[in-house]
Design a protein around this ligand. Structure first.
Ligand SMILES: C[S@@+](CC[C@H](N)C(=O)[O-])C[C@H]1O[C@@H](n2cnc3c(N)ncnc32)[C@H](O)[C@@H]1O
Length: 494
């Protein structure tokens, strides 16, 4: 089948490229429409789509990739609900709404996730302060979004609590979203390449544009990103997917770091004056230590807190098997997500009273104490764990984190090296070594370690699952991204 003219038209009109690996999808779409229209060959069909806009859109609907699910990359959604939106609310005149767009929203899971996160944070009244828009080129996907009924694959990353709160079971395997959430999102059909944002939407405070640009050429990516940046108010935020950040870091918008996550932030005269509340520019970024990402990560990767904790057999020397406690309850994970460390500590203490020898709880307590700045007690707990199990990887990591936070970089280096003796593929230990070398001005060693982290994340089959064994910090994709940025900066002598 002659595809060149189809490819050119589709790329010029809506940005989608069809390299060799995706040609079969294009052929299959054309064949489906040939059968539906009764047109005998592709040349005639090509003339038809040139003349008939609706038929062209029917073809496009078959060619878009609509993969999405609720709470995809949840750390971005948390950052939006917990930090970004509240920062606007402080400044927003009463009665004026905050406007948010999910550009390339597919079947609606992304904007509905934003609405659920806001409902969790502010209660049902969030609709009075925020308006959420979802927009996509694909008519079929938008219809699906407006109906708001979803099957199992959309729920792969949402907690049972949220699913129970915001969905009701319809027929077998099908769940409808509640009217409260459905009514809070406005859907629009648009073409990013032509419209940037749907007509009639006021200037935007936040744009989510995630997992859309991957199907565009670099030139088109750049053009769309620039137009989206123009549609933001000064001080607005643009979220792209973790894997898309570097390709958009071309100077159109500054990249800033908040809570260990990189987002694009349109400057306003106000936030040029850096204060402690302002996001850090990527160039001066230092990542806060937080267990919140830990709790998020558990959701991301399907970690079930009710499961018996397991560590690699060479890691804890049987420590885990001695624990009687069956897991970390959702209540505690949720407190960690909300950074309510003092309350989390009280809960863990209550549980430790019932199961004083439980090592998983002890590890969690040590992690909470690092966040509370109680480093001596963290160290004491880690040493108890190491006495019981000299190969407890997680205790070395926590001891290293605590020493690093106290400013004892030499001892922290030792702890992270010890962690590597226990498990040489532990990319998190290597990442910490890289950060310490960088702090100490040892650029070459830092660069080597950052590169080692990237290699481990790319090539170690169990790199990702290392995080399931104990609450480590950050999502591997974010760590990889940070390492790549740091290598670039070191290369530029920054
Ligand atoms: C993979 S989905 C991403 C969904 C969601 N943002 C997420 O991260 O889960 C990509 C969406 O981008 C939409 N899209 C592709 N090209 C577009 C264009 N030119 N204008 C508007 N939407 C487009 C597709 O229809 C598809 O629904």
């Amino acid at each position: 089948m002659e595809l060149i003219s189809f490819k050119k038209l589709i790329e010029k009109t809506c940005g989608l490229t069809f390299e060799e690996s995706r040609e079969t999808a294009l052929i299959s779409g054309i064949k489906t429409r040939l059968a539906a229209t009764g047109i005998s060959d592709e040349n005639r069909y090509f003339s038809r789509i040139l003349a008939d806009k609706e038929e062209f859109h029917r073809l496009i609907d078959l060619l878009t990739i609509n993969e999405t699910y609720f709470f995809r990359e949840p750390s971005y959604i948390n950052l939006f609900a917990e930090k970004v939106l509240p920062s606007f609310l402080q400044k927003q005149p009463v009665g004026k709404k905050i406007h948010v767009l999910s550009a390339g929203c597919s079947t609606g899971e992304e904007p509905y996730s934003l609405a659920m996160a806001l409902s969790e944070k502010f209660g049902p009244g969030f609709k009075k302060i925020v308006s959420i828009h979802g927009a996509d080129i694909d008519h079929g996907a938008l219809n699906h979004a407006r109906v708001g009924r979803y099957r199992r694959h959309s729920f792969r990353n949402i907690s049972e609590t949220l699913k129970g709160r915001y969905f009701f079971s319809e027929e077998a395997g099908l769940f409808g979203i509640t009217d409260e959430i459905k009514g809070s999102v406005f859907f629009h059909q648009f073409n990013l390449l032509q419209d940037a944002v749907p007509a009639g939407i006021p200037p935007l405070h936040v744009i989510f544009y995630r997992n859309v640009s991957i199907y565009f050429s670099p030139e088109i990516q750049q053009a769309i990103f620039s137009k989206l940046a123009e549609s933001l108010i000064p001080g607005g935020y643009l979220f792209v997917g973790a894997g898309e950040t570097l390709s958009h870091n071309s100077g159109v918008l500054p990249l800033v770091e908040m809570e260990g996550i990189f987002v694009f932030h349109k400057s306003s005269s106000e936030n040029l004056k850096e204060d402690s509340q302002s996001p850090k520019s990527a160039a001066s970024a230092s990542r806060p230590l937080t267990l919140r990402a830990v709790a998020n990560h558990h959701t991301t990767h399907g970690f079930k807190p009710s499961r018996q904790y397991k560590t690699p057999t060479n890691s804890t020397d049987g420590v885990a098997s001695e624990g009687r406690f069956e897991g970390i309850p959702e209540e505690i994970l949720s407190l960690l997500r909300d950074e309510k460390y003092s309350t989390a500590r009280q809960k863990v203490d209550e549980m430790l009273r019932l199961a004083p020898d439980n090592h998983v709880l002890t590890l969690y307590k040590a992690g909470i104490l690092v966040n509370l700045g109680e480093f001596d007690e963290t160290d004491r707990l880690c040493r108890i764990l190491l006495k019981a199990a000299p190969l407890c990887l997680e205790a070395y990591l926590l001891l290293g984190l605590s020493s690093k936070a106290r400013g004892d970089e030499i001892f922290a280096l030792k702890c992270f090296k010890d962690a590597l003796y226990v498990q040489s593929s532990c990319w998190f230990a290597r990442f910490q070594l890289a950060e310490i070398h960088r702090n100490r001005g040892k650029a070459r060693q830092a660069k080597d370690e950052y590169q080692a982290v990237i290699d481990l994340l790319d090539h170690e089959p169990d790199a990702d699952s290392q995080l399931a064994k104990f609450p480590l910090l950050f999502h591997p994709a974010q760590i990889r991204q940070i390492c790549a940025l740091q290598i670039l900066r070191i290369g530029k002598g920054v």
